[in-house]
Design a protein around this ligand. Structure first.
Ligand code: ATP
Ligand code: LTN
Length: 329
């Protein structure tokens, strides 16, 4: 059976090298395995305060970045989550099959809400995984490529699917996550104990940074005491992160990356990492600029949403029938 592959990215800020290595870079290859649904999770972006104009600009930017990743739009449908109303409708149904206890245990919710006053935490932030589960279920996706931080949400989706199918029969497809072996969690360059994250942009490399800035950021990345270029997350988190970036971009193993630098000093090693990052992002940025200028993303998003609606509405019908909602059309 051909696979169904789905993933989403939130237009919450400037995309980082973490998003690129963790997900974007691999989306082109995925199109060889089956039909893909890639979307801009703009409804999810509303779960934290965001200015309307910023959200609009981020959404356009993200569409261009998806396309710059080289995905073949004949095999991958690119669309805005908010263009397909079935996401919100399925969300309304699925919220009854996930429970407060399990939602309050989600690490992402705990991280994001711990920085806020309780009175300012929106229901949408708490219920975030319900909408994410609905995104996945609507397309009968069996494969969900994500970075490590999203694994918990996909696992919760599996719990929901099993719970639903036990109650109503085999209605929903059971998804599984897929993570990159190398690069599923790129860390901040200034604090390698923290994830590189676009909503907490310290020590981030942004995909839109100019190459001189990128080089500077890598050359001044926090390293560790000692002088050996060795992968040792506990004692050498900074060097390990840079080795991961290098290996992920060159698509080699960490061991092979280590071998290339056995006799190198930190400075030479960092220069090699900067060369690889600049080389890859330079070409990527060029494509991004062309796509942004040509506005080709507009047509792609419209066509993607049309196909997405077809699939999503048919799943929604199936779910409504299963739970006993009348489909009178
Ligand atoms: P935010 O900081 O706003 O929560 P985010 O970048 O973590 O943003 P998304 O933009 O939705 O969240 O992430 C898109 C994809 O990129 C997800 O699959 C996520 O797991 C992955 N990702 C995010 N940060 C990293 C990282 N540092 N390393 C690897 N993958 C990442
Ligand atoms: N929650 C994800 C973005 C996201 C997603 C999805 C990823 C929304 N819906 C469905 C995979 C499948 C994030 O914060 N990175």
């Amino acid at each position: 059976m051909a696979e169904r592959i789905l993933t989403g990215i939130k237009p919450t800020g400037q995309l980082t090298l973490g998003n690129y290595i963790g997900v974007l870079k691999n989306l082109k290859k995925e199109t060889e395995r089956g039909e893909c649904f890639y979307f801009i999770a703009d409804l999810h972006a509303l779960t934290l305060p965001i200015e309307p104009e910023v959200l609009r600009q981020n959404s356009i930017d993200l569409a261009c970045f998806y396309l710059a990743a080289g995905i073949d739009t004949k095999k991958a449908n690119l669309f805005l989550q908010s263009s397909v109303s079935a996401h919100a409708e399925l969300n309304a149904i699925m919220q009854n099959y996930l429970y407060m206890g399990e939602l309050s245990r989600m690490t992402q919710f705990k991280d994001k809400s711990s920085k806020m006053k309780e009175s300012a935490i929106g229901l949408g932030l708490f219920a975030y995984p319900v909408l994410m589960a609905s995104d996945i279920i609507l397309y009968d996706a069996n494969i969900v490529p994500v970075g490590e931080d999203q694994v918990q949400h996909v696992e919760l989706t599996r719990d929901l699917v099993n719970r639903f199918n036990n109650r109503y029969g085999e209605v929903l497809t059971l998804p599984k996550y897929e993570m990159r072996k190398v690069g599923a969690r790129i860390m901040s360059l200034s604090d390698p104990s923290k994830k590189m994250s676009k909503s907490d942009p310290k020590g981030d490399i942004f995909l839109k940074d100019d190459l001189t800035t990128i080089r500077k950021k890598i050359m001044s990345a926090v390293t560790d005491s000692g002088s050996e270029v060795k992968y040792d997350v506990e004692n050498k988190p900074g060097i390990s992160n840079l080795l991961t970036i290098y290996a992920a971009l060159k698509e080699i193993s960490i061991e092979d990356a280590e071998k290339e630098f056995v006799n190198s000093r930190y400075g030479d090693f960092k220069k090699a990492v900067a060369d690889v990052v600049c080389n890859e992002l330079g070409a990527f940025q060029e494509k991004y600029r062309q796509i942004l200028e040509s506005k080709e993303y507009e047509k792609v998003l419209l066509e993607g949403a049309a196909r997405a609606r077809e699939v999503a509405n048919s799943t929604l019908k199936r779910v409504k029938k299963a739970v006993g909602l009348l489909n009178l059309e």
